[in-house]
Design a protein. Sequence first.
Length: 410
Amino acid sequence: MSDFHTELETRLCRYAAIDSQSDADSPSAPSTACQYDILHLLKSELEEMGAADVTLTDYGTVLATIPGTAPGPTVGFLAHVDTAPQFNATGVKPRVIKGYNGGAISFPDAPDLSLSPDEFPYLAQKIGHDIVTASGTTLLGADDKAGVAILMTAARHLLATPEINRPTLRLAFTPDEEIGRGVDSRLPKDLGVDFAYTFDGGAVGEIEYETFSADGATVTVTGVSIHPGYATGKLVNAIHLAAKIIDTLPQATQTPETTAGREGFIHATDMTGGSSEMRIKFILRDFERDGLAAKGALLQQVCAAVAATEPRARITCTITPQYRNMRYWLEKDMTPVELACDAARSLGITPVSVPIRGGTDGSRLTEMGVPCPNLFTGMQNIHGPLEWISVQDMGIATQLMLALAEKSAQ
């Protein structure tokens, strides 16, 4: 195993064991105090390896500089420290399966769980690799602690090898990416780069410059509460009305499980409350502006139609913009994408660009004037207990970052 592989494995396991789950319901920034545990660690590690301008901002982003040794544009590299709130991320126990033999992988804390190459063909390509998973009851957090480990490993190598030609490089480790709040309005100025890359992608070769456009929606249903024994003709049950809204929305189309490729969706993520008031949270996704607007309009129309059936109830639907397809801006100047593709080819990797059925910090950064495509790390099956990553894939991603640094020098 190369030095990079050993370092990447050690870093990923160290970072993944730190609870840093974000919380969309929290108004603070970062949304959870536990994210500071890894942010403070990264700040200390960057200082120890000799990075310049190491800062932890008051909005919870760690910034650092790798001084340039050659002229060229200032290039940024980003990864996010938070893990997804959709699944348990407390008590992560990373484990490494050395020299994967091609069979199904079992999980010590979940005996009925199985990660099989028959179900996940990408795993079948990794025979002989060192595979990192969690223990079965949590996600791993390779999204995006693999990206964190890649940036830190490449940074350590660059700082220790000043003879490598590179322009000034800037690193950023952001919180709250998973809840769409990773890019503070001050970050573009504080980062101070000509363009940037997020290492937050999947299979080797993926160089992505197109994401969903995204809105969030909150529907609040307020009924009429009264003692059920005396409710005749008076009670308006908010649960029933909320159920009507869900039932009226498309079920065979426009949901995540019925869409693929460039199709968008309306996804109900949470439903909370009781008979007097219910709250339903949705995420709306589409690759095109018109499609996203149409999904918001459909949700509002459904809410209005259900409200019309019960005038004593009050139903509100609030739609909040989240991020927009980075393609809208990158297609006007593909230089960062082309540079990444050239760097990949120099390593013998065939670039693959497919639309991301999600978003990244790069979506917001690009919209805010910092072109920022997304690059692979190797992470697979993210946001659930079957999450895994190949250490060797992470090694290739690290080499890609180093190649990008060199190719950016003029």
